[in-house]
Design a protein around this ligand. Structure first.
Ligand SMILES: Nc1ncnc2c1ncn2[C@@H]1O[C@H](COP(=O)(O)OP(=O)(O)O)[C@@H](O)[C@H]1O
Ligand SMILES: [Mg+2]
Length: 297
């Protein structure tokens, strides 16, 4: 049995079609990536899986539970990473983990968990005074303290420096080794490539492609050495709404400042991938980029 089953879900907000017929399965022990530019429907899909929103039509099961109907039971088996800024500033890391632990009948030992996440000496530090990387580790601790069988992590490493990102990746691999199935929403190609067994590329409310990282690259380019970055570009096609894609790519290519994306649709990242964002196969001067689907050997 798949741990997460998503069958033909649809969701609209007024005139906006956010999710337009999405189906996929996540297998036990998998790290499943959800990739796509802003507005593609990733968060809506993930929040439907978490039971935070109901789909208009379609069916979701998480470990056999219906997220809308069986919300309580789902809480016991599903760990959800909180976004930055949602924790009380004046609470300490230790207090937060103990509080969250108290929500579960069976959970992890708070002190051991903090130790495993490298927060041993931050137990008595208030949220306000934690660094970005430490906060992220705390949010992961809170997602894991209930010993979930499934964890949903939305934009796990947004805002982290390169060192902290790599540490976080190692942590996620440890979590997987502990048997937790992980649904990971990310804007970062390198992160998806490093961590994910399979990736669903979302585009305008649908899944444009679903494959292993290597499969996505091979499918698009048919040659070695192509990057997931290029595969993503080819799969999400033209940028007809005039925003989103270059922001996503700017985030992936340049910095970790994903937070600025929403408010800066035409901001300073644009130049990096301008040619790529303006539609069709990428034309960056590289010889035979293969985006037309031909195999070059
Ligand atoms: N609560 C909401 N009310 C109205 N529109 C929404 C709401 N949430 C999301 N949308 C719209 O639905 C689409 C998909 O959004 P979302 O699922 O957040 O995409 P992503 O996470 O891929 O950026 C976007 O056009 C977004 O503006
Ligand atoms: Mg989102």
């Amino acid at each position: 049995m798949a741990v997460i089953e998503v069958r033909d879900i649809h969701k609209r907000y007024g005139e906006t079609v956010a999710v337009d017929g999405v189906s996929f399965d996540v297998d036990a022990g998998e790290i499943f990536g959800v990739l796509g530019r802003n507005g593609a429907g990733k968060t809506t899909t993930v929040e439907i899986i978490e039971g935070l929103r109901a789909p208009d039509t379609g069916r979701v099961r998480v470990l056999g539970l219906d997220p809308t109907r069986d919300r309580r039971a789902l809480r016991a088996v599903l760990g959800v990473q909180l976004q930055e800024g949602t924790l009380p500033d004046k609470a300490t890391a230790g207090e937060m983990v103990r509080l969250y632990r108290s929500f579960y009948a069976d959970g992890a030992d708070p002190d051991r968990l903090l130790g495993e996440l490298g927060l041993d000496d931050k137990r008595d530090t208030v949220v306000d005074e934690l660094s970005g990387g430490q906060l992220q580790r705390l949010s992961i601790a809170l997602a894991l303290v209930g010993k979930p069988r499934v964890a949903v992590l939305d934009e796990l490493t947004t805002g982290l420096d390169p060192r902290a990102r790599r540490d976080t990746w190692e942590l996620i691999e440890q979590v997987r080794r502990a048997g937790v199935t992980i649904l990971l929403v990310t804007h970062f190609m390198d992160e998806a490539q490093r961590l994910c067994d399979r990736i669903a590329v979302f585009d305008r409310g649908r899944i444009a492609a679903l494959d292993t990282p290597g499969g996505l690259v091979a499918r698009t380019h048919g040659r070695r050495g192509a990057s997931l970055d290029e595969a993503f570009l080819a799969m999400t096609g033209t940028d007809d709404e005039g925003d989103g894609l270059d922001d996503v790519l700017g985030g992936a290519a340049l910095d970790e400042d994903g937070r600025a994306r929403d408010g800066a649709a035409s901001g300073g990242h644009r130049a990096v991938r301008d040619g790529a964002a303006s539609g069709g196969p990428r034309r960056d001067g590289a010889p035979s980029d293969g985006a037309d689907g031909q195999v070059r050997s």
